[in-house]
Design a protein around this ligand. Structure first.
Ligand code: 2NL
Length: 351
């Protein structure tokens, strides 16, 4: 069958489409912007292909099929080209991220520092380990028994109030521990004397945060239970610790005090390590700073954990780790310990 010759209009159109096809074939996109320009100019709603489709009405009805098929083929080729360019560009960008120049000098990993509280806590542990204390740890969420009742706290002691303690549940009471004595109660319940144990750890009290107080802080408590443990043993132990931690010229002082869990009880002061006892603004010109409290374990406390107070006696003490760290490193604001400011933490590198 003889083919009908194409109209001059269609011939010119097909010629143009061929040129467009060649251009599309050669197109490149090195950047996101170039890729976007291709999308808008070629395959977009107002691009060259949409423009060609709009010419359909100018084509003679018997030639529309040929025209339509040609433009459709172009459209498919252009879409394919666009996908190709897009994939290539994504690969290029991924390459930039993944392939460093391995010949460049290395960026050194910056050495971190141990947190001063951790450092001091470990130093205290080592000092007490040298005289036979082991380290005991326990839960930070405690029941009423281990935090209060077993320690001889009377039923309406202020520490049992919401204003002082963070409660998780009421009746039965579950709270964030307010001291690490709770760990020592667990030791007394589970072990037979004699034992010497040290319980460092995080404790919680419902305090307004200031330069001197925080609702989260650290404590270390010590407990020694044996036959014939005396108040002199307590003093010797604390004196040994103070000299090891603050330096050989350190003195200690015990002032009578009261705790529900010890009898007799005392506050523990050390001679000011900043001025050596001469008087400065750290010790408020008294020469002494308080670092904790201590006493002989109350017979009721021993009994509550199943230890016979007729057979055994014990001493106990508690000290604030933040307080000791502040004295040792002359830090004047407790909030620095929890703010994670690298200008502060970086000063403890290599110490
Ligand atoms: C302070 C005072 C103290 C204790 C803690 C204790 C533990 C048991 C039995 C008896 Cl299991 N006592 N601990 C004793 C006296 C004082 O802490 O100012 N801490 C920062």
């Amino acid at each position: 069958m003889e083919e009908t010759p194409l109209s001059i209009y269609l011939e010119i159109m097909l010629e143009q489409i061929k040129k467009i096809e060649e251009q599309i074939e050669k197109a490149t996109a090195q950047t996101k912007e170039e890729l976007e320009a291709f999308r808008v100019g070629v395959v977009g709603r107002k691009g060259i292909i949409a423009d060609l489709f709009s010419k359909m009405k100018e084509v003679a009805p018997e030639e529309r099929k040929t025209f339509g098929q040609t433009v459709n083929a172009l459209k498919n080729a252009a879409q394919e080209k666009f996908d190709e360019l897009q994939t290539a560009l994504e690969d290029l960008q991924a390459d930039d991220i993944n392939h460093h120049d391995l010949t460049l000098p290395n960026i050194p990993n910056e050495m971190g520092a141990v947190h001063p509280i951790t450092k001091v806590r470990e130093e205290i542990n080592r000092i007490f380990e040298r005289i036979g204390f082991n380290i005991s740890e326990g839960p930070e969420v405690e029941d009423d028994w281990h935090n209060f009742s077993a320690l001889n706290f009377p039923p309406n002691h202020p520490a049992r109030e919401m204003q002082d303690t963070f409660f998780i549940e009421k009746d039965p009471d579950i709270a964030l521990r307010t001291h690490t004595s709770s760990v020592q109660v667990r030791v007394m319940e589970n072990q037979k004397p004699p034992f010497r144990t040290l319980s460092p750890g995080r404790v919680y009290r419902n305090e307004t945060i200031s330069a001197r107080a925080h609702c989260i802080f650290h404590q270390v408590e010590g407990l020694y239970v044996d036959k014939n443990v005396s108040f002199k043993d307590l003093k010797d132990t604390l004196y040994y610790f103070a000299k090891e931690f603050f330096g050989p010229n350190t003195k200690i002082r015990l002032r009578p005090s009261y705790f529900p869990f010890t009898e007799p009880s005392a506050e523990l002061d050390v001679s000011c390590s900043v001025c050596g006892g001469k008087g400065c603004n750290i010790c408020k010109y008294s020469g002494w700073v308080e670092i904790g409290g201590c006493g002989m374990v109350d017979p009721n406390v021993l009994k509550a954990s199943g230890i016979d107070p007729e057979e055994y006696t014990g001493f106990a003490f508690g000290m604030g780790i933040e307080r000791m760290t502040m004295l040792k490193y002359k830090i004047n604001d407790l909030r620095l310990f929890t703010e994670n400011d690298l200008r502060f933490l970086g000063q403890f590198k290599g110490l």
